[in-house]
Design a protein around this ligand. Structure first.
Ligand SMILES: Nc1nc2c(c(=O)[nH]1)N[C@H]1C(S)=C(S)[C@@H](COP(=O)(O)OP(=O)(O)OC[C@H]3O[C@@H](n4cnc5c(=O)[nH]c(N)nc54)[C@H](O)[C@@H]3O)O[C@H]1N2
Ligand SMILES: Nc1nc2c(c(=O)[nH]1)N[C@H]1C(S)=C(S)[C@@H](COP(=O)(O)OP(=O)(O)OC[C@H]3O[C@@H](n4cnc5c(=O)[nH]c(N)nc54)[C@H](O)[C@@H]3O)O[C@H]1N2
Ligand SMILES: [Mo]
Length: 769
């Protein structure tokens, strides 16, 4: 492997860039774990760690990576430690804190400062006169929210947003509330995340989820990784990559940035590797594909496989549809165009095809690098085509693996959180609860932004998350929220979206994953579903951060009771006895979602249970009852082409990514200033990685502080100031910076076609002095 080139190579006086050349993980990771625990002085986190991702333990709120199928005594990572340390920290955003800080003053604070205020402790109502949130009683809060929702002239004026960490039980109650109220306006964080994966896979193979389980890593011979950074965002995956590599599996990477965590990894739980220093080299080949160039790269690999005739003909004949059209398309795509669009040479793509042909069982894994691009669906479906060519779906050690983000984002979807519900789910609701749910699709996240901005959305209810900061056009969405009639945020900690309350603005504090949930019927556990469709229990044991906190299922059902007192639904039981809730889920799922029979019994099994996956068994629930090759030509009309036609050739392509010290919009402040260890960034998040050639061409130098301006597609001015340029070993005009700081540059008009996922990785920008 060549030396890592991710981090800017130049050291500047003002920015402490420190190139990181050790393997990912290792002592740095142990040190980081210790810092998370000690830095927050948090005994509750220490008590939780050994129980993370263990049977009957706590499902880590850090990511959705599946738990170990073996009995591993330790199954957590540095990033999980930070996540739970922050939930369990000592700081409290009490009513006194809110009395001392007007909302206007809070708006001036940084993201991390809001987070650092600590856990919310009491229900709060915004008071416009004093410009502060003030404590109120729970019953008053529910009554106010209920009255405001009932006063709307149309249920579609309300939106119910979900962030993907909420439990199955809370999500089920929440979806039921929205539908009983009369709307499918159920946008969720998945709209901003893996929507493209779900839609692409459902059309191609009949199921929108991963066909891979963690056990498949024991049999696979090749792992192809596209557009993800497991070293920071799903570190437990590095352990699987390392194990696979050690028994001879090959790993090839497609990523424009050389991510340290994909190159080499030292297991912090392996003393030998810690002391040896070198760790395990992971990548057999690292292809620095252009942003948005994966469709071309995958097409090139498929073309090479086809040219060599290395396909699984019996599988194709028995199981697939559309092969001839795909073969023709690949044959017709010229190599020079493929090279130009992918940024990779024919020789590199032929080499990748060689790895692929050599492997009897291949896993393709991907995350946001594929989903948040304009042609995300086309790209993912082309990846399916490539895997189908050699029968790599539905056999051990092989399959398609969208690595989910939030810890229960997949379960929330299974529980019906979506603006486009399946008719069978609605039929289940009707059968069990006796009302006729609306079938008309509701608003997704982008639709919600438009509805807020144009004033047709008048009430915004959020079960977790930080909608305005996580979604495009932050400043306009924030302003629009403050024009609504009602905002309700169920949350653990303060964030910027909360600071733009509507006419009635409620902030309702809930207990977190790691905390004990005691209801009149006794202590409760919740259930979650991971990336590999394992449904399992999660039970917190820590004392809640405040006595006034309530659980999410409780809050949702109490709210429902006030909104819909006369529906004849037993909201009280749904919110207080989760076995009863699960029994209702089982009944609604019957005929709609396979695998929930005996929910209450099987959720008590040591590792929970697996939801069956048709494609994993080679049963194809597609329109043609086969797995589908869906051929997509390389597009000419792209976001960048349009932006350059309008704003000239100084337009750069900005991909917004996560740093090591953050969880989505929650930015952690490291006392020592570490921001993004593996990319070598310390002390500031306001950076933009730019290739040296691009810097020279545009007349800028490493270290310059600039305004980054959106090359606007809609005439609206969007810019972010005070961004420091960092020269990086990057070719071409792709540049990289951090979300959420740079999110305000994205227009909601720039989305993945078909899925409406914001094109967070393809923001056309200009840099200016
Ligand atoms: N600690 C921690 N863990 C997390 C999160 C967190 O914020 N912090 N967030 C969670 C969530 S919700 C999610 S969705 C996941 C996100 O996990 P990731 O998808 O790993 O997150 P990103 O930082 O968006 O990283 C995108 C990666 O894609 C690459 N990339 C960008 N554009 C392209 C492209 O066009 N093609 C290719 N091939 N690669 C590209 C970038 O270089 C980067 O390595 O992580 C989850 N886990
Ligand atoms: N520019 C850019 N933007 C992006 C992305 C990107 O790559 N680039 N990625 C997108 C992706 S993949 C995603 S998933 C979204 C994430 O979007 P969201 O899910 O909306 O955002 P989070 O930052 O995860 O939400 C954090 C907030 O959740 C609340 N919270 C934390 N724990 C709990 C809990 O247990 N219960 C409740 N009720 N609340 C809790 C806290 O108040 C915290 O402030 O962001 C998207 N935005
Ligand atoms: Mo995500």
């Amino acid at each position: 492997m060549t030396a890592p080139e991710t981090a800017p190579t130049a050291m500047t006086k003002t920015i402490p860039f420190r190139p990181y050349d050790k393997p990912a993980g290792g002592l740095g990771s142990l040190h980081g774990t210790a810092k998370a625990l000690l830095g927050n002085g948090s005994y509750p986190a220490l008590a939780t760690l050994p129980r993370l991702n263990q049977p009957q333990g706590v499902d880590c709120p850090g990511c959705a990576y599946p738990d170990s199928p073996d009995s591993k005594s330790v199954d957590f990572c540095e990033q999980g430690a930070w996540a739970i340390a922050h939930e369990g920290g000592k700081a409290r955003a009490t009513p006194a804190f809110f009395a001392a800080n007007t909302v206007t003053a809070l708006r001036a604070k940084d993201h991390w400062e809001l987070e650092a205020a600590g856990r919310l402790t009491a229900p709060m109502l915004y008071d416009a006169g004093s410009d502060t949130y003030r404590e109120i009683g729970w019953d008053t809060a529910f009554a106010l929210a209920g009255a405001a929702l009932r006063a709307l002239d149309d249920p579609d004026r309300a939106v119910f947003y979900t962030s993907g960490r909420t439990s199955n039980e809370a999500a089920f109650a929440y979806g039921l509330l929205a539908r009983a109220f009369g709307t499918n306006n159920l946008p969720d964080s998945s709209n901003l995340c893996h929507e493209s994966s779900g839609m692409a896979l459902t059309e191609s193979i009949g199921v929108g989820k991963s066909t891979v389980t963690r056990a498949d890593f024991a049999d696979t011979q090749l792992i192809m990784s596209f557009g993800h950074n497991p070293g920071s965002n799903h570190p437990r995956m590095l352990g699987d990559l390392r194990e696979a590599k050690r028994r001879g599996c090959r790993i090839i990477i497609f990523n424009p940035l050389r991510e340290r965590g994909l190159e080499a990894f030292a297991d912090p739980q392996s003393p030998g590797e810690l002391l040896g220093g070198a760790g395990t080299q992971l990548a057999d080949a690292y292809y620095q594909v252009r942003v948005g160039g994966d469709l071309a790269a995958i097409t090139g690999i498929a073309k090479a496989v086809l040219e060599r005739g290395a396909v699984d003909a019996p599988f194709i004949a028995a199981h697939t549809d559309g092969f001839d059209a795909f073969r023709e398309l690949a044959a017709g795509q010229a190599w020079p165009e493929i090279e130009q669009a992918s940024g990779l040479s024919r020789a590199q793509l032929e080499e990748a095809a060689g790895f692929y042909i050599d492997s009897p069982a291949t896993i393709a894994a991907w995350c946001m690098g594929l989903t948040q691009n304009e042609f995300a669906i086309e790209t993912i479906q082309s990846l399916v085509n490539l895997m189908l060519l050699r029968g790599n779906v539905g056999k051990p050690g092989a399959g398609l693996m969208p690595v989910r983000g939030h810890s229960n984002v997949q379960g929330d979807r299974t529980m019906g959180i979506t603006n486009r519900p399946k008719p069978a789910w609605l039929a289940g609701l009707q059968r069990v609860f006796g009302f006729v749910p609306a079938a008309k699709p509701g608003l997704d996240a982008i639709g919600t932004i438009h509805g807020l901005v144009d004033g047709t959305v008048e009430a915004f209810v959020a079960l977790g998350g930080n909608f305005a900061v996580a979604a495009p056009d932050t400043p306009r969405v924030l302003e629009a929220l403050s024009r609504t009639k009602l905002t309700v945020h169920v949350a653990t900690k303060l964030n910027r979206t909360h600071l733009y309350p509507g006419q009635t603005g409620l902030l309702l504090p809930c207990i977190g994953r790691t905390e004990l949930d005691v209801q009149p019927s006794g202590p409760q556990f919740v259930s979650v579903e991971d990336t590999a469709s394992m449904v399992h229990a999660s039970m917190g044991r820590n004392r809640p951060a405040s006595e006034l906190l309530r659980s999410e299922p409780f809050i949702v059902s109490r709210l429902a009771q006030h909104v819909l007192p006369d529906m004849g639904i037993d909201w009280h039981t749904i919110g207080t006895d989760y076995d009863a809730t699960r029994a209702l889920i089982e009944r609604v799922a019957e005929g709609a979602v396979e695998g929930f029979a005996d929910y209450n019994e099987r959720i008590r099994a040591e590792k929970g249970f697996h939801l069956p996956n048709g494609a994993g068994r080679r049963e194809w629930a597609t329109a043609v009852r086969k797995a589908r090759f869906i051929a997509h030509p390389l597009p000419a009309d792209t976001i960048m082409a349009r932006a350059r036609a309008r704003h000239g050739d100084r337009v750069l392509c900005l991909a917004t990514i996560r740093a090591h010290r953050q969880y989505n919009t929650t930015v952690y402040r490291d006392p020592k200033g570490e921001v993004d260890r593996y990319r070598g960034v310390h002390g500031t998040r306001h950076v933009l990685f730019v290739g040296r050639a691009a810097l020279a061409r545009l007349g800028f130098a490493d270290g310059d502080v600039v305004r980054v301006r959106a090359a606007s597609p809609d005439g609206i001015e969007r810019h972010v100031d005070g961004i420091r340029l960092a020269a990086a070993a990057l070719d071409g005009d792709d540049v990289f910076g951090y979300f959420p700081e740079l999110t305000p540059l994205l227009s909601p008009a720039l989305v993945a076609r078909g899925s409406n996922t914001p094109a967070f990785k393809q923001i056309p920008v200009l840099i200016e002095r």
